[in-house]
Ligand binder design. Structure first.
Ligand SMILES: Nc1nc2c(c(=O)[nH]1)N[C@H]1C(S)=C(S)[C@@H](COP(=O)(O)OP(=O)(O)OC[C@H]3O[C@@H](n4cnc5c(=O)[nH]c(N)nc54)[C@H](O)[C@@H]3O)O[C@H]1N2
Ligand SMILES: Nc1nc2c(c(=O)[nH]1)N[C@H]1C(S)=C(S)[C@@H](COP(=O)(O)OP(=O)(O)OC[C@H]3O[C@@H](n4cnc5c(=O)[nH]c(N)nc54)[C@H](O)[C@@H]3O)O[C@H]1N2
Ligand SMILES: [Mo]
Length: 762
């Protein structure tokens, strides 16, 4: 891998574009290290295509007309990682205690391979030992019946398909709780609540063809080169048409700088990379609220000048009058806020914000895109609100080539919410449950992730079932949480490989190994389809064809059916065996529960490009409190919860190019030119100099929240990186111990994994 030192500032950089040959090398390395089984390449050939398996990595669209290979480097890694030939049998871990396994790092733990049989925790021996499915189901069911349902939490990490997810949510309510946090509660819950508040829609309003008609894209806080690489194709096509991309991000992310299309043989051999962004604005952490206000302020100034000169207006006054609420308050706030304040709070210069304003003003159609850089902040909801403000002033929601497009994380995380995995009673299909299943939904709202952790800490949460995921590692405040985690009466994990959450067993604990999406899911009526929903609200069928990693594995759907059957009283309408035998019957339930969106699901999910379940805001129907799209009048100018800490630094935790959340494929953050270690902290050369530090010096970070709790991570090597002042960057989940549980988005309780106030100790 080529790294070079840029002579100007000593910052290590990756000399190549995103995509290109580097991405293919990345794929081969994983394949070799994981020894993927026979047929893995066949799965890749059909990946994300009609009749194939839908990728388990990100939630980007599966186009109706796919490329010859419709997968990216990281999608291929995810598939090959799932289809490894390594096996973690009961014998593999027979002579290792859980305490010993817990000392392996995340990478080595998963390298043990696919779990092949159900495992029971033997607390006397501190080991996981072989068990049978019937013993596991009976014992878990007995424990669930003994516990108060309100003291049990059912978590879901966004991979399981719509069928398993629908039944999981229904099972929770039949059993007696709404404690259904999802990985979304650490991710895009800010969108589910914040975007819904202002547009009435909890999901994005764009469709793929909008990218063929937009003139500008405002791209905030999302790293496409690593986390959703296939989006680079429509972005590249848009840029080649003349569309201008304006990026707001503290880091210069490679995928937003330049891109070589690995699908294009000419560009791969002789072509020049495409320059992706027209303007790259390195905001300070949380700086987006002020930055977007600055852009709006400039657009207003340009509009006033246009009006005075009798030229075409920039503001869409008709749209504002007809479709929005709160414009005057926002305008008054802008008038009352000076450029000095906006510069300080955004970390940008007035000239930079004005340049972005010019691009907005000259574009007919504008799309806003965002990711975790907006959602994972204490005032993340307001940052989303400001992006929507910018779109609204030009009427840029609800017409072709325009809209708001959050980029979702897990491949089916949006879908899990759609089919009932939600802790909020008002979002559950209460009447339809009664009609279709004869089910009375419990009245009390359940736990978000943060509320689950609070209940753990106060001892009131006693049971946990995880449908995938690695929750104990994905959450904030590791030290406090991990102590409490082991006090639970029962922990159950439906999982594919071992992870550190499994190494924190409760008093009784079980690991229930399941199929991955690429594997054949054989039930009495044959190999089953599952379905998923992407970031654009399209629903697709997905079929696995690989031989399962072990003959003992069950599908997620089968595990849920068996657990529910063992736990709940018999009910003639709860036909677990029939549902398990034919997932088409579960889809019929989904269609009856959500008839407007999911009618004829069994046939429509096979349409190329999936079926679209629609979006009211896209039609300019605003399901908000006021019945209109709502302008946000921000009460802060920076999205960080604390801005004036003495240590003066704000920490951003993020993903490398060699991980999927807590699954660590390797130690190469290729696109950032960082290799070999994850225990690093990035600082600007100026900041390193100011603090008298040197490259590779080992330092600690300590959180600066005044709550009497010491949160510290030691052993971090300093690396120079092109960053705004006062910004430190490191990896998730290694730095999660620094994020306080109480530091979360005000509206949605999404943990604020970005913008944590810290001090650096040399
Ligand atoms: N290969 C791979 N793909 C993935 C994942 C993975 O781990 N690996 N994870 C999946 C999941 S669950 C999710 S949610 C998505 C996550 O995808 P992203 O949303 O890209 O998440 P992060 O890696 O956290 O990167 C956040 C980006 O926001 C920037 N940022 C940080 N703070 C701020 C800020 O205050 N303002 C602005 N404007 N920018 C900021 C960071 O520099 C970074 O570029 O990816 C999904 N896809
Ligand atoms: N500091 C910090 N913390 C963060 C974030 C951040 O940016 N910074 N990001 C947050 C975000 S956006 C998210 S989404 C969460 C992610 O949190 P989670 O979704 O809980 O975590 P993952 O790492 O995706 O879960 C990986 C585990 O899932 C299991 N698994 C893998 N594939 C399958 C499958 O097909 N079926 C089943 N049943 N199990 C499977 C494996 O055992 C694997 O070890 O983390 C959050 N935490
Ligand atoms: Mo996520």
């Amino acid at each position: 891998m080529t790294k070079r030192k840029s002579p100007s500032n000593g910052v290590i950089r990756y000399a190549h574009a995103a995509g290109g040959w580097g991405s293919l090398q990345g794929i081969t390395r994983t394949e070799l290290s994981q020894r993927a089984g026979p047929g893995a390449l066949d799965t890749l050939r059909l990946q994300n295509k009609p009749d194939g398996t839908m990728c388990t990595s990100c939630a980007w669209v599966k186009p109706a007309q796919p490329h010859p290979f419709e997968f990216c480097e990281n999608g291929a890694k995810a598939t090959l990682w799932d289809l490894t030939t390594a096996r973690c049998t009961p014998e593999t871990i027979a002579d290792r205690t859980v305490s010993e396994l817990a000392r392996l790092d995340a990478h080595d733990l998963e390298l043990l391979g696919r779990v092949t049989e159900p495992l029971r925790y033997d607390s006397a021996a501190d080991r996981y030992v072989r068990t049978s499915w019937s013993e596991a189901f009976d014992a878990i069911a007995a424990k669930l019946r003994a516990l108060d349902p309100k003291s049990v939490t059912f978590y879901a990490s966004g991979k399981a398909g719509l069928e398993a997810s629908y039944l999981y949510a229904a099972f929770a309510r039949m059993y007696g709780h709404n404690n259904l946090p999802d990985s979304s509660n650490m991710c895009h819950e800010t969108t589910s609540v914040g975007l819904k508040k202002v547009t009435g829609s909890s999901v994005g309003t764009c469709q793929l063809d909008d990218f063929e008609h937009c003139d500008a894209i405002f791209y905030l806080g999302q790293n496409p080169g690593t986390n959703s690489p296939r989006i680079l194709h429509p972005l590249q096509a848009a840029v080649k048409r003349g569309c201008k991309i304006v990026v707001f991000n503290p880091l210069k992310e490679k995928g937003l700088l330049e891109f070589v299309n690995p699908q294009n043989p000419l560009q791969m051999t002789v072509g020049k990379p495409t320059q992706m962004s027209h303007l790259y604005l390195q905001v300070r952490p949380g700086g987006d609220i002020a930055a977007l206000m600055g852009v709006c302020k400039n657009v207003f100034e340009r509009d006033a000048a246009a009006k005075a000169a009798g030229r075409a207006r920039i503001l869409d006054e008709d749209f504002i009058a007809q479709h929005t609420d709160g414009f005057d308050a926002f305008r008054a706030k802008l008038d009352a806020t000076g450029w000095d304040e906006l510069e300080t709070q955004s970390g940008l210069t007035r000239a930079e914000m004005e340049e972005a304003g010019k691009i907005y003003a000259t574009a007919k159609n504008v799309i806003g895109i965002y990711g975790m850089g907006l959602t994972q902040h204490v005032h993340g909801s307001q940052a989303i609100g400001l992006l929507v403000n910018l779109l609204l002033i030009g009427g840029n929601i609800g017409r072709q080539g325009a809209g708001c497009s959050p980029i979702r994380g897990h491949s089916n995380v949006q879908g899990q919410r759609t089919v009932g995995i939600t802790e909020k009673v008002k979002l559950a299909p209460v009447d339809k449950y009664r009609e279709v299943l004869g089910l009375e939904t419990p009245q009390e709202d359940g736990h978000t992730t943060v509320e689950f952790l609070e209940a753990l800490l106060d001892g009131s949460n006693k049971g946990y079932i995880g449908l995938g995921g690695n929750l104990a590692m994905a959450v904030p405040d590791h030290e406090r949480v991990h102590k409490a985690w082991r006090e639970m009466e029962m922990t159950v994990h439906i999982a594919t490989k071992l992870n550190h959450s499994h190494m924190m067993p409760g008093k009784t604990s079980w690991i229930l190994p399941c199929l991955v999406r690429a594997e054949e899911d054989m039930q009495v009526t044959g190999n089953q389809w599952v379905s998923i929903e992407d970031s654009f609200s399209h629903i697709y069928g997905s079929k696995g064809r690989r031989t399962p990693a072990s003959e003992h594995l069950l599908s997620e759907t089968a595990i849920i059916c068996e657990l529910a059957k063992a736990t709940l009283p018999a009910n003639p309408r709860w036909t677990w065996d029939a549902w398990r035998g034919d997932y088409g019957k579960i889809r019929d339930l989904i269609a009856r529960t959500y008839p407007d969106e999911f009618h004829d699901m069994n046939t429509r999910m096979h349409e190329p490009g999936g079926f679209y379940r629609g979006n009211a805001a896209r039609e300019r129907i605003w399901k908000t409190e006021s019945g209109k799209a709502e302008f946000t009048d921000p009460d802060v100018l920076n999205a960080c919860g604390v801005t004036d800490n003495a240590g003066g630094l704000h920490l951003v935790t993020l993903r490398s190019n060699d991980q999927f959340n807590t699954t660590i494929y390797g130690h190469s953050d290729r696109l950032r030119g960082l290799e070999g270690s994850r225990m690093i902290v990035l600082l600007s050369p100026g900041e390193i100099h100011r603090r008298g530090l040197r490259e590779d010096q080992i330092v600690s970070l300590e959180t600066e929240i005044d709550d009497g709790i010491v949160r510290r991570v030691e052993g971090l090597a300093v690396k120079p990186y092109d960053l705004p002042a006062a910004t430190v960057v490191g990896y998730f989940p290694e730095l999660n111990p620094l994020v306080p549980l109480e530091y979360h988005d005000k509206l949605s309780k999404t943990p604020a994994s970005k913008g944590v106030p810290v001090r650096l100790i040399a």
